[in-house]
Design a protein around this ligand. Structure first.
Ligand code: NBP
Length: 486
């Protein structure tokens, strides 16, 4: 029990809540904690003692929890998104007072945050939707945080989040006030969509190197370790290198080979793709990474399909050509980097489109800055994105930033070689192929869309525009085509 009122409260002590509460306490902010199931309160208090007698105080009932916090109160909720958030708000609201702030730190759908911000305002409470990235480790030692909603609420928590967030040399704490309404949740959602893209592209690089290049796990460990020293340096490349180094403790060989090829997901990637479609923003790399997860889920069907095609003489890999390993490793690195540029270009453009629709005024360069540390997509590459938007905040697409354009041109031959090799070998590289198609479509002045538009006008009188004369035109295609045959 705290003698003095605590500075802040946190409700929801599962993986994220427990670790974030300890992080806040460690930074010197006395914190009250509460969880529906009280054993988690005791567990957290125990950890706070063990981890250095941190100023963390546990409460088993919501009333004493809320009343232990200094006014205006700030309470972070870290419970499962959806109904549990509504329930927690209801429970806490009974004891809150005008001017108190509720902060949802979960992966919430942005419209739920906007609805709740309005609803709690009726009682005089302020509301923030704050995406938190970095998983368990990030929450404990410094996450990237994306708070959006009431600016006044942000001001009440700013001193805390600036200290609790990951700190990156030369670019500061990985947190900033994102913008109004549900913008913090929206940005966190797209961050997760980009994360899906990154993971898929890395998995494809692995598949090509392993299945076509015949690299062993030891070789893969050393390739990814090496890649993590250059332009691909990032958390995801680093953990991938670690994974290839881990032996199976239940048998021979490496653990990665025993892991079932079936990916789980919680929904933020799907929301990102739905939003891209809603806003007519092309996001093929992120979409292909979601489809790849869906296809991975069809494990039983894939096992049956493999049997059907094996019986028809189709092996797993369609070529046994020997490749120059050194050249392949270099090509795959370049293909991965170029594809990554496309994926981030899509994510950033999706955020910009939403920002324009909602009038959020989001600063894309600032987002790249706060993703540089603490979060799952943290990478040296984000510095280049920040610089691109610093050079030109209105940049239509990262692909046309002069630095990125140069990098893509330098890598495009290698990128095409990898995609062709994969196609000829029967290895699917949906992320790399979709990225290349995105690049090849975006850079072309004229696409075959003229024919699609002519077809639309032919069967549906949808009209078309011309390249040489202003206006809207319709042609009786059928009549003319048939008459000319008579
Ligand atoms: P979970 O998403 O697994 O949620 C568990 C917490 O929700 C527990 O504290 C649980 O209380 C509480 N809860 C539930 Br379930 N139903 C409740 C209800 N009706 N009323 C009150 N509390 C309820 O926890 P998490 O993995 O720590 O994630 C928290 C949030 O952070 C989620 O939105 C998640 O998407 C997001 N996030 C997670 C990660 C990660 O790596 N795990 C990373 C980034 C963001 P109980 O103990 O009484 O059941």
């Amino acid at each position: 029990m705290a003698v003095q009122p605590t500075r802040i409260g946190l409700a929801g002590l599962a993986v994220m809540g427990q670790n974030l509460a300890l992080n806040i306490a460690e930074k010197g902010f006395p914190i009250s904690v509460y969880n529906r199931t009280t054993s988690k309160v005791d567990e957290t208090v125990e950890r706070a003692k063990k981890e250095g007698n941190l100023p963390l105080y546990g409460f088993h009932d919501p009333e004493s929890f809320v009343k232990s916090i200094q006014k205006p109160r700030v309470i972070i909720m870290l419970v499962k998104a959806g109904a549990p958030v509504d329930q927690t708000i209801k429970t806490l609201s009974a004891y809150l007072e005008k001017g108190d702030c509720i902060v949802d730190g979960g992966n919430e759908w942005y419209e739920n945050t906007e609805r709740r911000e309005k609803a709690v305002a009726e009682n005089g409470f302020l509301y923030l939707g704050m995406g938190v990235s970095g998983g368990e480790e990030g929450a404990r030692n410094g996450p990237s945080m994306m708070p959006g909603g009431s600016l006044e609420a942000y001001k009440n928590i700013e001193d805390i989040v600036l200290k609790v967030a990951a700190q990156v040399r030369d670019s500061g704490p990985c947190v900033t006030y994102i913008g109004k309404g549900g913008s913090g949740n929206f940005v966190k959602m797209v961050h997760n969509g980009i994360e899906y893209g990154d993971m898929q592209l890395i998995a494809e690089a692995y598949d090509v190197l392993k299945s076509v290049g015949k690299l062993s796990n030891e070789e893969l460990h050393s390739v990814f370790t090496d890649w993590n020293k250059g332009e691909l340096e990032s958390f995801l490349i680093e953990i991938t290198a670690d994974i290839f180094g881990i032996k199976d403790d239940k048998g021979d060989g490496h653990l990665v080979d025993k892991v079932l090829d079936k990916t789980g997901m919680k929904g933020t990637g799907k929301w990102t793709v739905q939003q891209a479609a809603e806003l007519s923003v092309p996001a093929p790399t992120i979409e292909s990474s979601l489809d790849a997860r869906f296809l991975s889920g069809l494990k039983d069907e894939r096992v049956q399909a493999a049997k059907v095609f094996k019986a028809g003489g189709f092996g797993d890999i369609l070529t046994d050509q020997t490749v120059d390993k050194k050249q392949l490793i270099d090509d795959v690195r370049k293909a991965l980097y170029a594809s990554k540029i496309c994926s981030y270009a899509q994510g950033m453009n999706l955020i910009r489109a939403k920002s324009m629709e909602k009038g959020w005024g989001l600063k894309l360069g600032e987002l790249a800055r706060i993703w540089k540390g603490g979060c799952i997509i943290r990478a040296i590459f984000l510095d280049r994105i920040k610089q691109a938007y610093d050079r030109n905040a209105e940049l239509a697409n990262l692909l046309v930033d002069p630095e990125f354009a140069k990098e893509i041109i330098e890598r495009q031959s290698a990128w095409r070689r990898v995609v062709c090799l994969a196609i000829n070998s029967g290895i699917s590289t949906p992320g790399m192929s979709a990225s290349l198609a995105y690049f090849d479509s975006y850079r072309r002045e004229r696409l075959p869309a003229n024919l699609v538009q002519a077809q639309r006008d032919y069967f549906g009188a949808h009209t078309y525009e011309r390249t040489d004369v202003e206006g809207s035109f319709h042609t009786e295609w059928f009549k003319i085509a048939r008459q000319s045959k008579i």
